[in-house]
Ligand binder design. Structure first.
Ligand code: ZN
Length: 733
């Protein structure tokens, strides 16, 4: 099977900007301008500043995207790292007792300087990738990694934090400040500060290697995705594809100055073929091209194969964990999460699998008999599953994406989503001022509270295009940060990969694309509505990885309510609301194949957890064999042997979800449970909306997620609401 839609399309790649232990450094009381000025004066002859202005080093309110060039990147990073090293050295040379203002504030500010340079670069590398930018980005990765490791291993810095924790001042710190100190000390420990010199050196080397290997894994996938395509001249070959997908394919061909149609391996194109193409051979061909991307199979196996990279990454992660005294990488990963141990996670997943299995088996049996009876598919192959499922869905609910899309035009969906958040949280979203962007499709918005005060701003980049990474994600551009009386408001990047508008028609979203947008917007709200003034724990920072999907999955729920649909679903030509029959069908369809979907997520999560729990560098685990074994215990659908899902599992091999993919399900339990309070006490009940805002969204990582959740719900989380949400409740009894 290809990576399923939830995983691949609704990606929440909350990129950790730097390794986690580096998240706790910096701040000065000087305003930004003075800081940058002093930085230049100390580090550059004035003439050189004038001669070689670097947009990344200029103070900015928002990044100067149109002026950033690949050649600016390395000099800017070099300059910031040099300055930071010098400032830290000066700080540590002072013998005075460590205080918050003389120590933490300075370090916070230094980290902010680095973020301001690196965040736009990292973002551009993901959404406007060029060879030159990629090269510059990759040149900087080892430098950043070396810097972070240096800080993480700096005994004097560590001693500074320890002395702050032991100081008489500590008692007077706010709980948030105390948490920052304790999190930092924990991260120092995880960063290997207490290691003997030879181990420390090895540890640093591993960090550098991993950052390079993981970036390489992702590049291979991006390149393999772009390299693979199918040119078709006869439209009859594409029978069944909806008009929008055909136009997309035509547009893709035109972009390379060809006639006919080009089927790319971008997710929307792949998804359209798998769901709609009536020619089985076409589905098979595209399926195989897609599921063998970046693997030892397929047309580009000699160029973009991730096989060895996976082993190298796993080997280094295990070594890293053992150097730190953990038994394996899974234990290291859980050290900073809400779940207590790998065993607890495995139990959680197996329990969910157990409760879901018979429902999934029933769904598959139904699909098989439908495919045989109605579609003449006696043996259901992997490339038939989405197609047959879509036909069954249409048959049962009289519903398909194409019927719904005219009701979800981009402007209507955005207006409805903004209206909804306004009613829930008493905030207002409107287009922001004109700012520099990296592509004409990108728009900029701002969020204000009821008094008109600015809360946060965001860039919205909705459509798939060449040289943009697949999936959808939220990333931080700037974090909330108070320096004395001066407040920096948070700014987010919200990125999706929906099918772009074709011709003069506005972009029309599938319901799934709408859900994806709500998901990322949920992350964005978490980042932008925070009231925490310390960037170390503001927004999504220091929120446990397995709780960070709570606001995002919570927001998805509104796309599955009649009240939510009322706000977002209007026909793009007539303005008519979504007809009742379609609406009923859509809402009823949420349960469709819920058991099978659940099991697939559990399969990915179990595979990830066991891989990082069991991988033995001395006798490298056969990754495919382990995946097969996991499938044999939980999956009802077995993909063909050519399937190389693992080779494109970027969450785990390139993102922050290593030994953490279970987080989606874990947080989904929290999200469904929290949403059940709205269902019980009123979907738009302002008191509940305010409670969610004040007790969860605004609090960021200032307190442990379990406490925030208890604070909102008045009790610990329960799994019932999630099972109920998917109609699996009966099965569990
Ligand atoms: Zn997410």
């Amino acid at each position: 099977m290809a990576l399923d839609r939830r995983a691949d399309f609704r990606v929440a790649l909350l990129k950790q900007k730097f390794s986690f232990w580096a998240n706790h450094l910096s701040k000065t009381l000087l305003p930004l301008l003075l800081r940058m000025l002093s930085f230049f004066v100390f580090n550059f002859p004035l003439q050189r500043i004038i001669m070689t202005s670097n947009p990344l080093l200029e103070p900015y309110d928002l990044p100067p995207f149109t002026r950033i060039q690949a050649e600016d990147v390395e000099p800017a990073i070099d300059a910031v790292l040099m300055n930071n090293r010098r400032r830290i050295e000066t700080l540590l040379e002072k013998a005075e007792p460590r205080t918050w203002s003389s120590f933490v504030d300075v370090l916070t500010e230094l980290e902010e300087c680095l973020e301001r340079v690196w965040s736009p670069v990292q973002h551009l590398n993901a959404v406007a990738n060029t060879q030159a930018l990629r090269a510059a980005y990759n040149t900087c990765l080892p430098k950043l990694s070396a810097y972070q490791t240096e800080l993480a291993h700096n005994i004097r810095l560590y001693a500074g934090w320890k002395s702050l924790a032991a100081s008489s001042e500590y008692r007077d710190f706010s709980p948030v400040q105390q948490k920052i100190i304790n999190d930092t000390l924990r991260d120092f420990h995880l960063g290997g500060v207490a290691l003997p010199p030879e181990k420390k050196e090895r540890f640093a080397h591993i960090q550098q290697e991993l950052s390079i290997l993981q970036a390489h894994f992702e590049e291979n996938l991006l390149d393999a995705t772009q390299a693979g395509y199918l040119d078709v001249t006869d439209p009859a070959q594409l029978k069944g594809l909806p008009p929008s997908a055909l136009m997309q394919a035509e547009q893709a061909a035109r972009q390379v100055e060809q006639s006919g149609y080009r089927i790319t391996l971008d997710f929307p194109a792949y998804h359209a073929v798998m769901s709609y193409a009536t020619r089985r051979e076409l589905r098979q061909q595209v399926y195989i091209a897609y599921v063998t991307r970046a693997s030892d199979l397929g047309s580009f196996a000699d160029r973009y194969d991730n096989s060895q990279l996976m082993h190298d990454i796993l080997r280094l992660r295990q070594e890293e964990a053992r150097i730190l005294g953990f038994g394996n990488f899974a234990e290291l990963s859980l050290e900073t999460k809400m779940a207590g141990s790998p065993a607890q996670v495995l139990d959680f997943l197996c329990d969910l699998a157990h409760r879901t299995r018979s429902a999934a088996e029933g769904e598959l049996a139904e699909l098989r008999s439908f495919a045989a009876a109605e579609l003449g598919l006696d043996k259901l192959e992997a490339w038939d599953v989405a197609y047959a499922s879509e036909r069954l869905r249409e048959h049962r609910f009289m519903l398909n994406d194409e019927m719904l899309k005219p009701y979800f035009p981009v402007d209507g969906v955005l207006a409805g989503m903004f209206e909804l958040t306004s009613r829930l949280f008493n905030i207002y979203i409107q287009p922001g001022p004109e700012v520099e962007v990296w592509h004409p499709d990108v728009h900029f918005y701002e969020i204000r509270d009821v008094k008109g005060e600015l809360c946060g701003q965001f860039y919205l980049d909705l459509y798939a295009r060449p040289h943009k990474r697949g999936g959808a994600w939220m990333d931080e551009c700037l974090s909330r940060y108070r320096r004395g009386h001066q407040l920096q408001h948070p700014v987010a990047f919200l990125t999706c990969n929906a099918a772009p508008p074709v011709g003069k028609q506005p972009a029309l979203f599938t319901h799934d694309e709408v859900v994806t947008l709500f998901h990322e917007f949920g992350h964005g709200l978490h980042h932008m509505l925070t009231r925490v003034d310390y960037p170390q724990v503001a927004g999504i920072r220091e929120v446990e990885w397995d709780a960070v999907e709570l606001p995002s999955q919570f927001m998805e729920n509104w796309c599955w309510t009649s009240e939510g649909i009322d706000l977002i679903g209007r026909h793009y030509q007539t303005g008519e609301p979504l007809p009742q029959s379609l609406r009923d069908s859509l809402l009823a369809s949420r349960d469709f194949q819920a058991g099978m979907q659940m099991l697939r997520q559990i399969e990915f999560a179990l595979f990830d957890m066991r891989l990082h729990l069991e991988y033995d560098p001395a006798q490298p685990t056969d990754i495919q064999a382990l995946l097969n074994e996991v499938r044999s215990t939980v999956a009802v659908l077995k993909p063909p042997s050519c399937n190389r899902f693992q080779h494109s599992f970027t969450h785990v091999f390139a993102g922050g979800y290593a030994a953490g993919y279970y987080s989606y399900k874990w947080a989904e339990v929290l999200a469904a449970d929290a949403f059940s309070r709205f269902q019980e006490e009123g979907l738009f009940n302002p008191l509940i909306g305010q409670a969610f805002l004040h007790k969860i969204l605004e609090r960021g990582g200032a307190r442990p997620a379990a406490e925030l959740f208890r604070d909102f719900m008045g009790r610990p989380p329960r799994v019932d609401a999630l099972l109920r949400q998917y109609g699996l409740e009966e099965v569990s009894r």
